[in-house]
Structure formats: structure tokens, C-alpha cells
Design a protein around this ligand. Structure first.
Ligand SMILES: NC(=O)c1ccc[n+]([C@@H]2O[C@H](COP(=O)([O-])OP(=O)(O)OC[C@H]3O[C@@H](n4cnc5c(N)ncnc54)[C@H](O)[C@@H]3O)[C@@H](O)[C@H]2O)c1
Length: 318
């Protein structure tokens, strides 16, 4: 049985559920404004950087732990008439991301859009056999790296009152598609969505946040272990079959980037780029709803943490 009142209450707690509210702000933001992309040296990040330039960004900061790759992307943007600059940044280090934010603000001004895109996928292995070091590396880059990027650029944007937007690269694995033999990666992408879901309720009115959730996209993600630091086992070769599948079956990174920018231009929080994850997301939502209906009794007391905290705060104010 569905408790309609509880349903309505949960809906009302989605504070940024009016997509049109941010549309005009975002249109201003990209055109004539600085944009920064982490993991901008390859794949989706390189395409996001190129798309930002094509949409009239005043400058694109292409940040990557692989500086040479970032420089090549910045050069390609400049060759097409845009303005771009490469930055060396390791998102696993809050200091490195903080220095990036300072450098971008100094060189181009506060970015209107920051894309927390850098991510890795460790060599595939079933959870019971996977290495703990690979799981740690995945979490450090995909979860903490995203957190550091959202924090550094979010704080910069929050100090002013100009429109500012944060976009994290999640995945179809954020919304319920399990990636077999990549449990830590799947978990890391759930975490990206969760962090952004919290953040959207906390940001000031002049800021917004989106999560782009691509499915398979042609990139070098399959070969992430080329970058694995020594402390997590060092560089390694990856299964070339994954590379072949990504190359042959993936959506182009340019299409993903275009859909991502279309999504933020309309102020959407969730930005899917491929359709099939909807089926998985629906199955998960149905499974959860059925479990709650079957096992959790509808209580007369309100145990909703958000309601409890809101009531406490309003009573403390009186
Ligand atoms: N390719 C896909 O099928 C797919 C699907 C969904 C989501 N994603 C996500 O897209 C994002 C981009 O990945 P991609 O597919 O373009 O892969 P990619 O390997 O082509 O690009 C990732 C970039 O991130 C950089 N990077 C890695 N570790 C870093 C660090 N510590 N600090 C800074 N930069 C770092 C790499 O040097 C590389 O340039 C990732 O978050 C990935 O999880 C990819």
C-alpha cells in the first residue's frame, strides 16, 4: 500500500525540482564565461571542454593528472578558435584541486561551470577476488576527487553572487545498472549521485548542480590502469576486449558532451545520455517500493530525518 501523504512529503523535499528555474541563469553562464573540466585530457572530459568552447566559453581550463594530454586538448581548442589552457591537477589531492581553483580564478576569473569529471575504472574482477588497493584507488579518484572538486569550485562560486553551476560525471551505474566485475566502480558512481543529491539542497540560490549519467562511451576508461599510482600497484595493462567494445559499441564522447550541455542549459539535475538505464532504474525503484510496502509498517510517528531536523531547528529558533 502506498502512503500518499508520505509520498507527497518526500516530493516536496526536492527543493530544486523546477527545471525551468535555472534555465536563464545557465544560458548566461556558459557563453562568455570561464569553464573548468577535470579529467579534461581524454574521452568525455576532452569532449566537455570542446563543447564548452563551441558554446562560447570565454576560456576553458583543461585540468588533468596527465598534463600532456590536457595540453593537446587545449591546443586543439585554440586551433578551432577557442581559448583554453591546460592545468596539471590530481583530483585525489585537495591541495592540488585547491591550487587549480586559485590558478583558474587568477587566470580567467571564477568559473561559471565546473565539471568534476575525472574518473578511473580499475582492471575488472569479481568482488570476491578484487584487490582492496584497486577499490581504494577507485574511491580516491571517483568519490573523493569529485568531492574535492565540488568543494573547491563550489566555495569559489559561493563567495560571489554570479550564477555558478557544478556538474559531476556519474554514470548509468549511478542509477541502478550493476557493472559486473566492477563493484567498487559501481559503488563510486552511486556515491557521486548521492553527494550531488545532498548538495542540491544545500547550495545558495545562485548555484546549481547536475549529474550527467552516461552509458558506454568511447574513451580510454577501459585502460585507466595506465595511470594507476605506485601505491595502488602501479601501471598495468588492461583487457583489450573492453577497449574494443568501448570503441565499437560506445556512444561518441562528443554526443555525450552535447547532451550534458543541453541538460544543464535546461537546469536539469539528472542528465541521462543513453536510454536503456531507465529500465534498470525503474526495476530498482519498483523493487524498493515493493520491499517497503511488504516489510516496513506505516507508523503514526514521523521518523523522516529531514522533518525531525527541520522541526528541531524551527523550535530552536523560537
Ligand atoms: N566511458 C564510459 O563508458 C563512461 C560511462 C559513464 C561514465 N564515465 C565517466 O566519465 C568520466 C571520464 O572518463 P572517460 O570515460 O572519458 O575516461 P578517460 O580515461 O578517457 O578519461 C579520464 C581522464 O581522467 C584523467 N584522470 C584520471 N585520474 C585522475 C586524477 N587523479 N586527477 C585528474 N585527472 C585524472 C585521465 O588522465 C583521463 O584524461 C569518468 O568519471 C568516468 O567514470 C565513463
Amino acid at each position: 500500500m502506498v502512503d500518499t501523504a508520505a509520498h507527497e512529503l518526500a516530493r516536496s523535499k526536492r527543493s530544486h525540482d523546477d527545471p525551468n528555474a535555472k534555465e536563464s541563469a545557465m544560458a548566461m553562464v556558459v557563453e562568455g564565461q570561464p569553464v573548468v573540466v577535470t579529467g579534461g585530457g581524454s574521452g568525455i572530459g576532452a569532449a566537455l571542454a570542446a563543447e564548452a568552447a563551441a558554446r562560447g566559453a570565454s576560456a576553458v581550463a583543461v585540468a588533468d593528472v596527465d598534463l600532456e594530454a590536457a595540453e593537446a586538448v587545449a591546443r586543439a581548442i585554440a586551433d578551432s578558435g577557442g581559448t583554453a589552457r591546460a592545468y596539471d591537477c590530481d583530483v585525489t589531492s585537495p591541495e592540488s584541486v585547491g591550487e587549480l581553483a586559485d590558478a583558474v580564478a587568477r587566470d580567467h576569473g571564477t568559473p561559471a561551470l565546473a565539471c568534476a569529471n575525472a574518473g578511473v575504472m580499475a582492471p575488472l574482477a569479481p568482488l570476491l577476488e578484487a584487490s582492496g588497493a584497486d577499490a581504494e584507488w577507485t574511491m580516491r579518484v571517483n568519490v573523493l576527487g569529485t568531492l574535492h572538486t565540488l568543494q573547491s569550485f563550489g566555495r569559489l562560486m559561493a563567495t560571489g553572487d554570479e550564477p555558478g553551476w557544478l556538474m559531476a560525471t556519474g554514470s548509468e551505474h549511478s542509477v541502478g545498472v550493476p557493472h559486473l566485475r566492477a563493484a567498487a566502480y559501481t559503488a563510486s558512481k552511486h556515491a557521486v549521485l548521492a553527494m550531488c543529491d545532498v548538495l542540491r539542497g544545500e547550495l545558495p540560490d545562485h548555484m546549481g548542480v547536475s549529474v550527467v549519467c552516461p552509458g558506454i562511451t568511447t574513451s580510454r576508461l577501459w585502460d585507466s590502469a595506465r595511470l594507476r599510482p605506485e601505491e595502488y600497484g602501479g601501471a598495468a595493462e588492461s583487457d583489450p576486449m573492453s577497449g574494443m567494445l568501448m570503441e565499437q559499441k560506445g556512444m561518441s564522447a562528443a554526443t555525450v558532451a552535447r547532451r550534458a550541455f543541453d541538460g544543464i542549459a535546461e537546469g536539469h539535475f539528472l542528465i541521462p545520455t543513453h536510454y536503456h538505464p531507465r529500465i534498470y532504474a525503474q526495476l530498482r525503484a519498483d523493487e524498493m517500493a515493493e520491499a517497503y510496502d511488504r516489510l516496513a509498517e506505516i507508523d503514526t510517528a514521523d521518523y523522516d530525518l529531514n522533518t525531525i531536523v527541520a522541526q528541531y531547528l524551527s523550535e530552536a529558533d523560537e
